[in-house]
Design a protein around this ligand. Structure first.
Ligand code: GUN
Length: 282
């Protein structure tokens, strides 16, 4: 079977266009503040693309590039200041933080109503019980892709590879809420290959180039590759051996151009949601 390519880039553009139109109807521009500590080059690239997304969606955006030596107190003070700003709807602290900074304490300090990453335990709790205000960006983007291509997880076996707080865990929850039968695999799962090969919908979020080989893909499966790795030649790639998986899958996401742009579009959607709530209630 030749798989249909799930075009994340095109869908993200469509989502951002909708966000722009809704943002224009608000009495003021939605505002997003992005905090980057240190000089991790990959994080720098992400932050730059977030600024571009904000421009495309008609948002106000502010970027705080802090030196690697920033103290916990300085970072918490900045978060507190942004929490108090009426023109800032979303606060995103780019992860990972440099060593020595306490990520957990920083995420807890963000006002849950401005937590557009959906990382605060309050929002994670809301997500867990099925009443989320914000969608976790990457898993939420995957769900949008499935919807766009009329792929309904209900009654399907969904296998998620990876159990991170950012992707694996919230991905499993969203698939579960969509009535999928969810199996989570991780580094201590002995029979990951067999479980993956049983999936109707396979989501890989491990970060290991070449992890998902053809024997792990059931004929007709939907294959979603969340990873952003660099191969030996420095080229961007996912976890999935694309060509061989595409030969068996019914649908597959490319890397780049798959989940990545959707994550960014979902951040814009969450910032719009936050702005709508703030305009109504503040
Ligand atoms: N680092 C990698 N992915 C993410 C993300 O979605 N949000 C934040 N804040 N940092 C990240």
């Amino acid at each position: 079977m030749a798989a249909t390519l799930i075009d994340g880039k095109a869908l993200a553009a469509k989502l951002k266009q909708n966000v722009l139109e809704e943002a224009r109807a608000l009495p003021r521009k939605p505002g997003l503040a992005v905090i980057l500590v240190g000089d991790d080059p990959a994080s720098r690239v992400y932050v730059t693309s977030k600024r571009k997304d904000c421009e495309e969606c008609g948002f106000h955006s502010e970027e705080y590039a802090l030196p690697a030596g920033t103290t916990q107190k300085q970072l918490l003070d900045l978060v507190a200041e942004l929490n108090g700003r009426k023109d800032i709807d979303g606060i995103l602290v780019q992860l990972p933080l440099p060593k020595g900074l306490d990520e957990r304490e920083v995420l807890l300090a963000i006002d849950p109503a401005k937590d557009v990453d959906c990382f605060h335990p309050y929002n994670v709790g809301q997500l867990t019980i099925g009443t989320p205000v914000f969608q976790p960006c990457t898993p939420g983007g995957v769900m949008e892709m499935l919807r766009e291509y009329d792929i309904d997880p209900a009654g399907k076996r969904c296998v998620v590879l990876g159990r991170s707080n950012i992707v694996g865990k919230p991905m499993a929850l969203l698939l579960l809420h969509a009535n999928g039968t969810v199996v989570m695999c991780h580094s201590k799962t002995p029979d990951m290959k067999e479980l993956a090969a049983s999936a109707d919908i396979l989501v890989s979020a491990v970060g290991k180039t070449g992890l998902v080989t053809a024997d792990m893909v059931k004929e007709g499966a939907v294959v979603i590759d969340v990873a952003m790795n660099r191969n030996n030649a420095g080229k961007l790639c996912g976890d999935v051996c694309f060509e061989e998986a595409a030969a068996k899958a019914s649908y597959i996401t490319p890397v780049p151009g798959g989940v990545g742009p959707m994550t960014r579009a979902m951040l814009m959607k969450n910032t719009l949601t936050a702005a709508k709530l703030h305009v109504l209630y503040l």
